[in-house]
Design a protein around this ligand. Structure first.
Ligand code: BGC
Length: 919
């Protein structure tokens, strides 16, 4: 670097002032991946924390975990539940509880005290807690319902004189009771078949909507725990439940079957445990003393919206003073056999609100509101009108040419909400058991002209902590990243769904598999992933095959397609690498083994050609008019099988099963050899051979090459040629990809790993069709299901599908350059390796890993040099690799390791650093 540049470099470096040596302490305490979880059903919960210590080189050298019955007892001498003693260890993730047996429905307090790099014991962390749920304790309550009738499918309007159909309306269930004193502690444990909303003395018991979780209710139902202490008082109290269809009873899936998991009616099981100051306990359980009546909800189904008749509301029905003597007694039903488990993930909640940005009137009395953002959720309506005024809302992702909304891409989902006014002042409405994927809302029947204050978009989804941020100098790229995030938000509904709008919204495994790494950078997917993998195991076929989607709902399971079923192996591996937890592997292990045996048993020649019930190929590729694409399905299946075997080998090793690790490694080598002789050709083309009149030719696709490269199936001697062929094909397509769901997920990483960042940037930044930014230029606010979302057949065309959003992985790992070394898990050995390109001036990426926040930012300066700033968290180490021809100026004291492959490499300990890389 010339002297002048060097001087400038030193002048502009914002050297972080050396931090006063803040003593180490633990923060972000979590149990079972959650902060202070209420009601967990785990015998040996896992404890995790992060080390807060801004000193360079901060490291944990030991820890002790204390668990006690009160916060005051959280000292080494007094901890009465568990004292782990000081363990000499840098572990801070998922340490298993090893104290005496935990009691059911009990709160435990805990803390962790850590020892720093100087072997100094730091002050213990602020007390945290966890509370056990029923932990296998029998339920005293009975399942109850209003009647045995199914819920209605068509709203019966009492205005039409039809008052007979009350049994088919979602019911209300209530119980009034008297408490002799204000409780010191009160918990509600509730499970339903159907959805529910719970209130205590008229107040919502928690923020959750769409409770309980969606699972295969034939096998597993989750119950939720609520802290009702502050909602109850001495004297009369009331508990109220509105029961709706939910996933249990709604028409759902392609069969559009209702009650796919079991017969009517929707029903409920509920226990309120009250503890008084004197330690005595009282339990109020669901039984025949509960009273029930039809609600004001006429119909509410996931696809088909809600009709709500406010004239039928029973004011104060869930308050103590309400007189329910004329209500019918609840019906007591037989016990059910499905397992009841505590919900172990964050609830689905309202996570945001959006005010419309535009309104117009395409026809007299019809108004369309544009939220400016495609979301999943519903609209909150405000209206003042005469009793019986019917306001109808219809939801859509797109507009027709005449500026009306169109629901052409929703297939049979009707997505309307209808509110019938009570006629008393200002009224407000939000639906209860339906949600929509939409950007536009059509309003008809509104008395007068609705304004933006009358209609608010409510964003709904499983509320997971956000862990990723990305911003660059390119607004289109920023929008792409936001679109990926919005699409993820729209598709977490206790299950990772494919889309939020049409009659589908299922846990499609291929989509989830390609997107999981991106998803795990964007949000904390730990607990959510474990929950869904249990659904996947519930859906595993008798013969070992994993399904196409989970939870199942058809009753008849089919074996999943290659690239889809493999999610059963790929997602546990991804979760373990990203978050460092091996329990997810242990939970899935035998299921994965059965899957591997299932494939192997029918394919002794190591090409997965037999026993594929379904195939989706490289679904919806850019380069083909066929949904399945042109990539040979045997190539796809064999490539995924080889990948599975490699991952199995790694996971076996992580579980300490060395024999299996070696066996799966052998298996992967056999499959690789078979793959190479079938599909990898000496000229660097990867494809299935096919014969045409000129002789044998390879059926070449970008996806074939991408899968072979990404899964390490190409012999070293041919790697360069395969990358070159892939590059040539991209150039032949004028800088475009031809890939579908499977190939698009890996194409940019494969190019970068092959030394072709230039092509990765070319694809990423391409504006013409088909490309990611083409969608952005067309005004997309979420990622599309199809590359040709704007001009293809609109009928099966979701505008909120995350599969192509898998490009997010490249944005974090390559553009921002936040990655970890191949043998690391949970980012304990961080690799920072940003990529830059002339078309960008700056990039800033943040990833709040399970060990703490990692930041990587680079910025092009006026003199053409690049300023890089990086932070890696306490208790991690790392390295940074910067593209450079000479040693960059470095600040913060990183150790220069040397130049390697055109990169300057520095070793990093925890801390903040900056570098200037000369032009
Ligand atoms: C879903 C997909 C899914 C596919 C399987 C579609 O209907 O929307 O995203 O992976 O079916 O081919």
């Amino acid at each position: 670097m010339p002297f002048s540049e060097f001087a400038i470099a030193l002048a502009v470096l914002q050297v972080p002032a050396p931090q006063p040596s803040a003593p180490a302490h633990a923060v972000a305490l979590r149990v079972e991946h959650l902060v202070n979880p209420l009601g967990i059903d785990v015998a040996r919960p896992r404890f995790s924390w992060q080390m807060a210590d801004s000193r360079h080189g901060a490291r944990q050298t030991g820890y002790s975990i204390l668990v006690a019955s009160t916060p005051e007892r959280l000292t080494a001498a007094r901890a009465d539940v568990w004292n782990s003693d000081v363990a000499t260890s840098n572990q801070s993730l998922d340490i298993e509880y090893a104290g005496s047996t935990l009691a059911a429905r009990h709160r435990y307090y805990w803390t962790v005290c850590i020892r720093d790099q100087n072997h100094r014991m730091a002050p213990c962390a602020a007390a945290a807690w966890f509370e056990t749920g029923k932990l296998g304790e029998p339920w005293q309550a009975s399942w109850i319902a209003r009647s045995t009738a199914p819920l209605d499918t068509i709203p019966h309007d009492p205005a039409d004189g039809d008052t007979t159909a009350t049994d088919g309306r979602p019911p209300l269930l209530r119980r009034g009771f008297v408490l002799r004193a204000a409780p010191v502690r009160a918990r509600v444990y509730i499970a339903t078949l159907g959805g529910y909303r719970l209130t205590v003395n008229g107040a919502p018991a928690g923020p959750g909507v769409f409770t309980p979780d969606w699972t295969d209710y034939r096998y597993r139902i989750t119950y939720q725990t609520y802290d009702a202490t502050r909602l109850l008082h001495a004297g009369p109290n009331a508990i109220g439940v509105l029961l709706g269809a939910g996933w249990y009873a709604s028409r759902f899936g392609f069969s559009s079957k209702r009650y796919a998991y079991g017969p009517p009616p929707v029903r409920m099981l509920c226990e309120l445990h009250v503890t008084y100051a004197d330690g005595r306990e009282e339990v109020i359980s669901s039984d025949s003393t509960w009273r029930t009546a039809p609600s004001a909800v006429l119909i509410s189904e996931i696809y088909d919206g809600e009709t709500y008749d406010a004239r039928l509301e029973r004011s104060y029905w869930d308050r103590p003073a309400f007189n329910d003597r004329r209500w019918q007694h609840a019906l007591v039903l037989a016990p059910i056999t499905a397992a009841l488990q505590a919900q172990a993930i964050a609830p689905i909640e309202e996570t945001g609100e959006i005010r419309p940005v535009r309104r117009w009137s395409p026809a007299p009395g019809t108004y369309v509101f544009d939220l400016g953002q495609n979301i999943a959720g519903w609209a909150r309506l405000r209206v003042r009108g005469r009793a019986g005024t019917r306001v109808r809302l219809r939801f859509a992702e797109i507009l027709a040419a005449d500026s009306n909304i169109t629901q052409v891409n929703l297939r049979t989902a009707k997505a309307p909400d209808t509110y019938i006014a009570r006629g008393r002042g200002l009224e407000s409405f939000e639906p209860h058991f339906t949600y929509h994927g939409f950007r536009y809302i059509e309003v008809t029947g509104f008395p007068g002209e609705p304004t933006a204050d009358d209609l608010i978009g409510v964003v709904v989804g499983t509320a997971l902590p956000r862990t990723g941020e990305l911003s660059t100098s390119d607004p289109a790229l920023n929008r792409l990243w936001q679109n990926v995030m919005w699409t993820q938000r729209a598709n977490l509904f206790s299950v990772p769904t494919d889309c939020p709008q049409r009659d589908e919204r299922m846990g499609w495994m291929g989509d989830a598999q390609v997107f999981w790494r991106t998803a795990s950078y964007n949000m904390d997917m730990t607990a959510f992933g474990e929950k869904w993998l249990a659904d996947v195991r519930d859906g595993q076929l008798e013969n070992g095959c994993f399904p196409n989607f989970a939870p199942n709902f058809l009753g008849v399971l089919t074996c999943g397609a290659p690239g889809w079923a493999d999610a059963g192996v790929i997602i546990p591996w991804t979760a373990w690498r990203q978050y460092g937890d091996t329990r997810v592997l242990a939970q899935q292990w035998s299921a994965m083994q059965r899957y591997m045996t299932f494939i192997r048993d029918s394919n002794p020649d190591y090409l997965w050609r037999r026993r594929k019930t379904t195939e989706f190929g490289d679904w919806l590729p850019a380069g083909s008019t066929k949904s399945f694409g042109e990539t040979h399905t045997d190539l796809i299946s064999t490539a995924f099988w080889a990948y599975d075997a490699q991952l199995m080998s790694q996971m076996a090793r992580a579980l300490g099963q060395d024999r299996e690790a070696a066996e799966y490694h052998d298996l992967s080598e056999h499959i690789r050899t078979a793959f190479d002789s079938a599909f990898v050709h000496a000229d660097g083309k990867v494809g299935a051979p096919f014969v045409n009149p000129d002789g044998v030719h390879s059926e070449y696709t970008q996806t074939g090459a991408v899968l072979a490269l990404h899964f390490g199936l190409v012999p070293d001697s041919l790697r360069e040629a395969v990358v070159r062929e892939l590059g040539d094909d991209i150039t032949a397509h004028h800088g475009h990809l031809t890939t579908g769901f499977l190939g698009s997920a890996y194409i940019l990483p494969v190019l970068s790993d092959g030394g072709r960042d230039d092509l990765a940037f070319r694809l990423l930044l391409a504006r013409s069709f088909p490309s990611w930014l083409y969608e952005v230029d067309q005004g997309a606010t979420t990622t599309w299901e199809r590359w040709n979302g704007d001009h293809g057949n609109p009928e099966m065309n979701s505008y909120s599908h995350y599969a192509f959003g898998a490009v997010g992985e490249w944005l974090y790992r390559y553009l921002g350059g936040i990655d970890q070394s191949a043998d690391a898990t949970g980012f304990d050995k961080i690799v920072i390796r940003p990529r830059w390109d002339a078309s960008l001036d700056s990039v800033r990426a943040v990833y709040r890993s399970v060990r703490g926040a990692i930041t990587s930012a680079w910025q092009r300066r006026n003199d053409g040099s690049i300023l890089v700033t990086v932070t890696i968290p306490a208790n991690t180490t790392g390295e940074i690799r910067l593209p450079a021809t000479s040693q960059p100026v470095a600040n913060g004291g990183p150790a220069f390791r040397g130049m390697q492959d055109g990169h300057a490499v520095f070793d990093l300990e925890a801390g903040t650093y900056s570098f200037v890389v000369a032009r």
